[in-house]
Design a protein around this ligand. Structure first.
Ligand SMILES: [Ca+2]
Ligand SMILES: [Ca+2]
Length: 240
């Protein structure tokens, strides 16, 4: 193989090196530095999975394991999915993280699923893309999420608890649902402009303020006394 390369002219070697470099850029990457696990997607659509694997945190991107790190060394996770229609799953049954920062980049029809024990700070930037986000079985001390002018969907389910919420759904016809034991204890959920839908199903708790913003917003579900309520065109909901 080496003698084959030596027989080639330098011009061809240069082209070969450029091809290798552009291929390398198309792989997702993950690296740990100062207890921060940073995951970077490709410009195309990525399927990224962060999961517990025994005492380790494993990152699988597009079917390939790209990082395995002892979970005790991971205090923060940063994910930049880049452009493209990405799917990000963080499914980590028992872990506690100081901070998870998710930037969904640009794209369309993107999916975010988060299920882990405890996240002290969850920061989501979904301002440039349409997102379906689900939080399941996770306690979040503070959630700062920004969605864009797209028809976004946010579901809190399976006993997920947000102590303080600061979430803006942006424009577009957004949908937020609390189901199966989910709770939001304080803060604000701003549905922003668009014809938005907020559903509060039985067994959930919420004491955060819901801002309807402009548009024909619709609430369906239960009030704080457990009575079934439907509100058309609400501007603001404060729970007594
Ligand atoms: Ca991507
Ligand atoms: Ca939106």
């Amino acid at each position: 193989m080496a003698s084959f390369v030596r027989r080639r002219r330098p011009h061809n070697n240069t082209i070969a090196a450029q091809v290798l470099e552009s291929r390398a850029l198309l792989s997702a990457s993950a690296a740990l530095k100062n207890n921060v696990l940073t995951i970077t997607g490709t410009p195309g659509g990525d399927n990224i999975l962060v999961q517990n694997y025994g005492a380790y945190t494993r990152v699988v991107a597009n079917g390939q394991t790209i990082n395995t790190t002892p979970t005790s060394a991971v205090k923060q996770i940063v994910v930049n999915t880049g452009s493209g229609s990405d799917a990000l799953t963080i499914a980590h049954g028992w872990a506690q993280f100081d901070r998870i920062t998710i930037n969904m980049g640009t794209g369309n029809n993107e999916r975010l699923y988060l299920s882990t024990n405890l996240v002290k700070n969850l920061v989501v930037d979904g301002s440039q893309t349409q997102i379906n986000a689900t939080l399941s079985n996770t306690t979040i001390t503070r959630m700062d999420a920004t969605f864009g002018n797209y028809n976004d969907k946010l579901i809190l389910q399976n006993n997920s608890v947000v102590d303080t919420m600061s979430t803006n759904m942006g424009g577009g016809n957004d949908s937020v649902t609390l189901s199966s034991g989910a709770a939001v204890n304080s803060g604000t959920l701003d549905m922003n402009s668009g014809d938005d839908y907020f559903a509060r199903l039985r067994t959930t708790k919420i004491t955060a303020t819901i801002q309807g913003g402009s548009g024909g917003d619709w609430f369906q579900g239960f009030d704080s006394d457990g009575r079934r309520v439907t509100l058309r065109s609400f501007e603001r909901i404060e729970w007594l």
